[in-house]
Design a protein around this ligand. Structure first.
Ligand code: NAD
Length: 474
């Protein structure tokens, strides 16, 4: 494999220094990434700014075709990307893992390529004609997390270029390589400078968020970093889409069949090893079905193999990095003092489950009898540990679900869909799922309320966030 380089102005640009990227399943170096500098960011922004002058005038249909070709290109290279993603991110190749993520990226690109924001006539009468146009903003800075390095890159980049912007993308230092490869493939289709990719440490982020030639930041990551970005971007009045952390609640009502919902609850909580913004992170269960729901969930979870994602039967991989592993361990140890460990927990730690003590493997953990106020309930674990809370009155469960600064998603589990929707309507979050959790799709806007973010992604509403409105009166 050729060494990875930055992608600036359609060229592969070497850097003086490289940094190591670890495979979280083995803790061994799986690749070297270019260590970009502030000068590299400036070069990338300059290239994107120059490319914008032409790209914004390319007819929309041609930009749509370019996005369709990106989808084809990803599909042609799907297996290579999936293997790289598993080695770098740790998620399994199979199940809801790397192949699924690349498939999702292809589907998202295909769907988004068909979107359009046509001019609207607001008025046409004797007093004149008023037209509403959507204009691209300019250079978009995309800053990525480490949990879905391909899918989230697609969510940022494709609507940006489709609507006539150009992009400088910065992946997480934990997962730089697959995103670099994706941008390299995009550059086989797009004119030079339309999409650039800079890898390096966290310090590159503030260079982007204060850069006067970047007109918009699209950021997916933690609430803390989102707040810094919001503040840092104020001086240059950047447009902003912030998709931040979640602490999604699920409320199980008393009429459910515990056995039937166990699989949905499990994957809602443990998809990508729980390292998913809109995973189910707090489970409120009615007293009438509490013990049975816990039992069925644990029974299902016990059957789910964890291990190195390159093995065929593995469906859950390791925590992606040591820092996150520490956060999960800390929260579980605190919860163990208060709750009842039904599965996993710190005493079951054996790293990769094979006894060779390598890899950031944290056992699937379910801890019952916790309450709001306990850290595992209040704070985002972003890992394979689920707190379960007993409730007696639905109003009380709704109040507890809302008693959190985050408001990304929430779910209601109930046979009676009308009742479930009534409960869902009271949840202070951007998405509500009934009898499932975390399902997102490219034709439905997705975003957080409260501290979980600003703006939405996907569908026409998400696309519109990559434009400024211009009204022409004639
Ligand atoms: P993070 O905030 O630590 O890092 C995200 C990115 O921000 C990285 O690329 C990092 O280099 C960069 N960064 C760090 N400091 C910066 C700064 N001061 N200015 C600009 N950029 C900076 O997040 P993470 O640990 O990679 O991801 C986990 C978090 O992301 C979780 O909280 C999760 O809920 C959230 N997330 C949200 C969504 C969503 O759509 N809402 C999706 C995925 C992840």
């Amino acid at each position: 494999m050729e060494p990875f380089r930055l992608i600036i102005d359609g060229k592969k640009v070497p850097t003086r220094q490289l940094f190591e990227v670890l495979n979280p399943a083995t803790e061994k170096v799986m690749g070297l990434a270019p260590l970009g500098t502030e000068d590299d960011v400036n070069d990338a922004v300059a290239a994107a700014k120059t490319a914008f002058r032409k790209w914004r005038d390319v007819p929309e249909r041609k930009r749509q075709v370019a996005c369709e070709k990106i989808a084809e290109k990803l599909e042609q290279n799907a297996e290579e990307l999936a293997q790289l993603l598993t080695a770098e991110q740790g998620k399994p190749l199979n199940g809801l893992g790397s192949r699924w993520e690349i498939g999702g990226a292809v589907a998202w690109t295909q769907y988004t390529a068909g979107l359009s924001l046509p001019m609207k006539v607001l008025q046409e009468n004797n007093e004149g004609r008023v037209e509403l146009h959507r204009r691209p903003i300019g250079v978009v800075g995309s800053i990525l997390p480490w949990n879905f390095p391909v899918l989230i890159a697609i969510w940022h980049i494709v609507p940006a270029v489709l609507s006539g912007n150009t992009v400088v993308c910065k992946p997480s230092p934990y997962t730089p390589l697959t995103t670099l490869r994706v941008v390299e493939l995009m550059n086989e289709i797009l004119p030079k400078g339309v999409v650039n990719c800079i890898t390096g440490d966290d310090g590159l982020g503030p260079v982007m968020t204060s850069h006067e030639d970047i007109g918009k930041i699209v950021f997916t990551g933690s609430c803390g970093t989102g707040q810094k970005i919001y503040a840092n971007a104020a001086e240059t009045m950047k447009r902003m889409t912030l998709e931040l952390g979640g602490n999604d609640a699920g409320i199980v009502l008393p009429d459910v069949d515990p056995r039937q919902i166990a699989e949905g609850l499990f994957w809602g909580a443990f998809i990508n090893g729980g390292q998913t913004c809109a995973a189910l992170k707090r489970l409120y269960v009615h007293d009438d079905v509490y013990d049975e729901v816990c039992e069925e969930l644990v029974k299902f979870a016990r059957k789910m193999p964890m291990g190195n994602g390159i093995e065929d039967d593995v469906v859950i991989g390791p925590v992606q990095n040591l820092k996150q592993y520490g956060i999960v361990s800390d929260l579980v140890e605190d919860a163990e003092k208060k709750g009842r460990v039904l599965l996993g927990g710190s005493k079951k730690l054996k790293k990769n489950g094979k006894g060779d003590d390598r890899g950031y493997f944290y056992p699937l953990t379910i801890i019952a009898d916790l309450e709001n106020g306990d850290r595992l309930v209040d704070e985002e674990q972003f890992g394979p540990a689920l707190p379960v809370i007993r409730y007696k009155s639905v109003d009380d469960a709704i109040e507890k679900a809302n008693d959190n600064p985050n408001g990304l998603g929430g779910s209601v589990w109930c046979r009676d869909i009308t009742e479930a929707k009534q409960v869902g309507a009271k949840l202070e979050c951007g998405s509500v799922w009934i009898n499932k959790h975390g399902m997102i799709q490219p034709n439905a806007p997705f975003g957080g309320r409260k501290s979980s973010g600003v703006g939405v992604e996907f569908a026409e509403e998400g696309l519109a966030e990559y434009t400024d409105i211009q009204v022409i009166f004639s």
